[in-house]
Design a protein around this ligand. Sequence first.
Ligand code: SF4
Length: 245
Amino acid sequence: MAFDREHPHSFAARLNADLRDAPPQRVLEAAWAVYGDKLALVSSFGAESAVLLHIAAQITRKIPVLFLDTGMLFGQTLDYRRQLAERLGLTDVRDLRPKFADLALKDPASNLWKTSTDACCDIRKVRPLDEALGGFEAWITGRKRFHGGDRLHLPVVEEAGSQVKFNPLANWSKAELDAYAAKHELPAHPLVANGFPSIGCWPCTKPVEAGADVRAGRWQGQEKTECGIHVARAPGRETSMGEGI
Ligand code: SF4
């Protein structure tokens, strides 16, 4: 495929036209073929993360996996991150943490989430990811259309500021995810069995009733539905996190 990587907008549109009906494996293979070591995968090691990580590991185990360790995650998520990375043989999982200076200045008591979840997500998620993505030309997310909200019309490939973003699972249903996980005997995040279909930081994640929207337990009672890593925040850069994060 001959693409002009210098122009992310037209490049992403052409990639999307080629890949919009492709299975996730082919999307990831194409992303790796085009970008190689300029490609990163962003994972929350949450409820549905094992599928995308497993598909990626079949292509290359050395893909950089960016994991936002916000300092507010469930202990089960940290355990799962270690165990799943080891099981899949991933060799380059990077733990991204908030800057000490940001925490000292804006959240010294670790309770900013009580007064401003947007500000808290900014220093604990958006800024660390923004900085880590600086060395890459493209990144992969685990977002899916069936999660609803802003994700209903998610393209498989999209422009993200000066970068290109791949959403290989955009087309997949929950049943397809579950079937893939069962076929490959992928371990589930331990909190899924406790009623958490989507898992983020402990202060902002609640269990939900069976049949409720997947993301209904995230930032319950607020209008907020995304952390900000998928929202443009500055010219030439996009950030906010998906199941994403
Ligand atoms: Fe803070 Fe909640 Fe955002 Fe986590 S999800 S960074 S605790 S506001």
